[in-house]
Design a protein around this ligand. Structure first.
Ligand code: ADP
Ligand code: MG
Length: 334
């Protein structure tokens, strides 16, 4: 299976918008394309659906060109090469996403940390060939990972050798930008899926039913949630991984060790208004684990989460519990 096809199946397997019970809109248009190393599926209803789709695709490609660390002249590639940049020489979106990431790193006690580029490179998650790094390699890289090495004042200053990686927030941030852009058009509703980061917008009478994948069998669901005007983002150990000697190594890393986070969870889905926050928090909560994670969510009324443990048990935060319908045989922890 080639990479694009694999990514396509992967994107479909994460979250599925099951159906919308709204009436058929004046005009519903959709496109699927490949960007940011994943599949983007956009479905827009409304009088200006065609124009909105074209502009949305353009905007996604533009922002990918700014944030990707595998695109040569992107802002992030330039910062990673020079270890510094003035705010005047980078796009305002880069400044914003770096400030937000910096704040989220502090807030999550380093469970979310964009300075872990050296770890990601060692595992080869952004390369064709993936491999298990030696403990020594990880220890050496550890010296060049940590939010304290990223200074944001008049510009960006990185300590030498630090490498930024926006993989856990860029898709969400871009989704938010698209939601803002769509406000310029006459749109009734939209379902945006950027590599499985889903945002649903629209004022239809009935909420959207969004399916949450079962990490044990990602083409089946553990259940569905009933939501409107929000982002639904899942981070899971079944999304990008490789296996060696019977051990699964997935792409959500604990920034304090450099190893795949192993706190007993298989997936975390975050539901909140902002897709950027949902994306970053889903990654951070996965690293925190169930006990710390649920406490964090209950202390942050703006976010809700659904945790799936490695044993397949489901735990919902209090604000989403009544909107979650488990599939049969799924055990929900109260
Ligand atoms: P996905 O990319 O499948 O949506 P995530 O949002 O969880 O999943 O992001 C995982 C990606 O983010 C990894 O591929 C890596 O580039 C980066 N990453 C991994 N662990 C972390 C972390 N703890 N904090 C910040 N970025 C991370
Ligand atoms: Mg994320």
């Amino acid at each position: 299976m080639n990479i694009k096809k694999a990514a396509f199946c992967y994107a479909l397997s994460i979250i599925m918008v099951l159906f919308t019970s709204c009436q058929v809109m004046s005009s519903t248009k959709s496109i699927d394309f490949f960007a940011m190393d994943t599949v983007i599926s956009l479905k827009i209803s409304g009088k200006q659906a065609d124009t909105a789709l074209t502009q949305t695709k353009k905007e996604i490609k533009r922002l990918e060109g700014i944030f990707s660390n595998t695109i040569e002249h992107s802002d992030i590639s330039m910062i990673n090469q020079n270890f510094q940049a003035d705010f005047e020489t980078i796009h305002p979106e880069t400044k914003e996403i770096l400030q937000l990431s910096n704040h989220l790193s502090e807030e999550t006690n380093g469970c979310f940390d964009i300075t872990l580029g050296n770890f990601v490179k060692l595992w080869g998650f952004t390369e064709e060939t993936k491999r298990v790094p030696s403990p020594i390699e990880l220890q050496q890289a550890q010296q060049h990972v940590g939010n304290a090495h990223l200074k944001l004042a008049d510009g960006i200053l990185l300590e030498q050798q630090i490498q930024l990686d926006l993989g856990a927030i860029a898709k969400g941030y871009i989704t938010d930008q698209v939601v803002n852009l769509l406000q310029q058009y006459d749109i009734d509703s939209a379902i945006l899926s950027i590599g499985g980061n889903v945002s649903v917008i629209g004022n239809q009478q009935q909420p959207f039913q969004v399916g949450i994948a079962n990490p044990m069998q990602p083409n089946t669901l553990i259940g569905s949630i009933s939501v409107s005007n929000c982002a639904i983002v899942t981070s899971g150990d079944y999304q990008r991984y490789f296996e060696q000697d019977g051990i699964r190594y997935h792409h959500i890393l604990d920034p304090k060790t450099g190893y795949p986070a192993n706190q007993g969870l298989s997936s975390v889905t975050v539901i909140c208004e902002s897709a950027a926050l949902a994306d970053a928090y889903a990654t951070a909560l996965f690293v925190m684990g169930l006990d710390t994670g649920i406490q964090f969510v209950e202390n942050h009324p703006e976010i809700e989460a659904i945790f799936v443990t490695k044993e397949g048990q489901v735990k919902c935060s209090t604000g989403i519990d009544s909107q979650f319908t488990p599939h049969s045989n799924v055990q929900v922890i109260s």
